[in-house]
Design a binder for this molecule. Sequence first.
Ligand SMILES: *Cc1c(COP(=O)(O)O)cnc(C)c1O
Length: 857
Amino acid sequence: MTKSDVKESLPMEYCRGYSADVDVIRREEYPLLDGTTYLDHAGTTPYAKSTVEGFSRDLLSNLFGNPHSMSLSSQLSTQRTDDVRVRVLQFFNADPNEFDLVFVANATAGIKLVAESMRDSDHRGFWYGYHNDAHTSIVGVRELAGMGYSCFQNDEEMEIGISELSSNQSKAPRLIAYPAQSNMNGRRLPRRWCEQVRHMANKSGGNVFTLLDAASLVSTAPLDLGPSSSAPDFTVLSFYKIFGFPDLGALIVRKSAARVLEGRKYFGGGTVDMVVAAGAQWHAKKETSIHERLEDGTLPFHSIVALDSALDTHQRLYGSMSNISAHTAFLAKEVYDRLSSLAHFNETKVCKVYQSNSSSYGNVQTQGPIIAFNLCNSRGEWIPKTEVEKLATVQNLQIRTGSVCNPGGTSLSLGWTGPELRNHYSTGLRCGDSHDVLGGRPTGILRVSVGAMTNMRDIDSLFSFIEEFYVEKIPPIVCLDPIGANAEVVAPHFYVESLAVFPIKSCGAFKIPKGKRWEVKSEGLAWDREWCLIHQGTSAALNQKRFVSHAMSQAELHTNCNRYPRMCLIRPSIDIEKGVLRITCGAIAAPDQVSLEISLDWEDTSLVSTSFCPSSTKRPTTVCGDPVALHAYTSPVVSAFFSDFLGVPCTLARFPTQTAIRYSRQPRTTSATSTWKSRFRSLLMPGSFPSDFSYPSREDNQVKIALSNDSPILVVSRSSVNRLNETIKANSKLGSSKTVAADVFRGNIVVAERLVHRGDVEQPYAEDKWSSLRIGPNQLRFDALDACQRCQMVCIDQFTGARRDEPFSTLAKTRNINGKVSFGRYATISSDERDGHDTEKPGHCTVMVGDVVVPFS
Ligand SMILES: *Cc1c(COP(=O)(O)O)cnc(C)c1O
């Protein structure tokens, strides 16, 4: 089918009522979506260019003063705020006589305001009931409910709960909350419950209130609040989910229910008519309107003004929310149908879609455009969600994964009970971590959500991604044993091709010069990951894959997929003779290179020199911090050196290690210190994911988290890199060779084979079977540990910082071992070696480029 055929086959719901074809809208209004597949509209939808431009024009042509003053500029702010308030109410068909709108920071702040007011309104507190499909922000209200709470597990329990409202004669206030749409599976819950609650409550003297969380619904559907008698008492939402901008929320209050909010104790900013500050504790709350009494402090008046531009643009582009609803419902049904029909060669299903029983895709009354699912291989085993995440990132596909802030919905879909989850928590499971499959069951979901400007191309990209990486068209190829396959192969001659250490974690490599023997310690090669860069705000160690440099241009951001690859351009070198760590920043041989020298001596805390600031040599640097934790260099020279280069506020920090101790007279660090260090290292090993977490097998219900005490050395095989490159070449389109250097794998020891006889062949991936290896003239013994699990960081060119989709895409297809993309082996010096020889024979525990390597399988 050609493109135009596809167009013609699209149904009338597809961009019906839009100002132009959705592809035209995309081109003109959403240039940031070019080259990416954005399918996380339930997180936020992007803003249109016209919204930002209109807002900018508004700000540039009007002077807005603080609304609390009396000046002209102040009056302008007040007037615009009043107008926008009514305009937004009308957008939701809420009669301004019956409803008031309170501006809040976001939906969550609206929920919290209702909950705190309810708590303050009665000395007994309030009782709370909520539906299991709720967002965490709704669940959290239960902690404020002095009279207890109930979670309705499903619609049936909800209806029973509602019918029992009339029999309860308690006069304490009660609050019933539920989402208008689940942010997990997109199910749209019945609106009739609000009216039913009111009806039942009136039989028992009232004092029961309804809270509708419309945050997810409003992004792709009309919210119609009229008539007031059937409307929720309180409705909350966030505007960024509808328009992409501004970041602002609303609490819409049904005026006849407002009395319960008056009990709120706190007052502040403009919410009072008079306050006696000293002496008698007296204040008079504003009596004019509900919003005036609830909006503490100065309103975010610029953001409120932005709503005008957002509403104008939205209406001009899309016509109405109903148009968006029809468009997105069509796309979601398409995704659902295609996901449900995908099958492997043996007819097992590729996707498990978690759909609610009470909804169906294509029906806008019961189902919104959100699809929750997981992927399976041809043996029916779950694909770990973090593996999908990593590959999606490399392929520029943006989806949400995990429990998506919807604990009830996800645990119900995945079949987890509360006690099971608590048990997993106590063994280390955390929201957002990488424990993807426990006891053969997934802990989270993949979520695809579409929005007003999603087009068919986005859906096609999603499916090419799944087809390419997760649909098995033929049975998996069983790897032939390279030795068994060809008995003629002579014993290979392995040798150390290169040695590298990474003195600053996640930064450039220091290649150990040829002819120099390098010390091996129990924690790894000497000076390997001795330092790291930490964020000055969070103290988190920086790495190449997580942070975005503000210094990068928009174009760079695009090619680098919002990653933080400039760290590989920070090149440290160890000068043992001079006793310094020398750090150079910038592309190799660039004219603007700058460098910094820091003493290797643990006790000498002075900065040796900085090339860009010659007058400040010998500036003292204080080393501080928790003695067991990192020691950060507080010198402004050091932090400026790295911060300026990366465009992120950061500084250098050092691990307290045995390496350091050798250079100082400090007492030996406690074993806790080195354990802590190796733990830290093993969790943050560059280019890898923790190797020491074993995923339990299907039978195994226990979570095993073994943190090894020894920080490993990463061994990479040249033959495997060669084989990988052949595969990349074979699969890439003509003229777009994407072969990679061995450096992207950031190995400490690169082992190569010397092919001496004619007909000798390399043995790629032989390292998978190694149990130990002996290196060098002293036959220094190393134990092979786990395979190194890879992430998208291997896509960063270590010399330019540019990011590509290889080798991760090919690795994911060819080196997926038990759901984990692996390349290279961790190894550690055997314990006999370091116990026996460490001190007696200097030079025993060393390796050098050219050393012979003898592997054992
Ligand atoms: C997004 C969302 C929220 C939270 O919105 P915030 O803007 O983070 O306060 C609450 N409930 C649902 C259903 C949502 O989708």
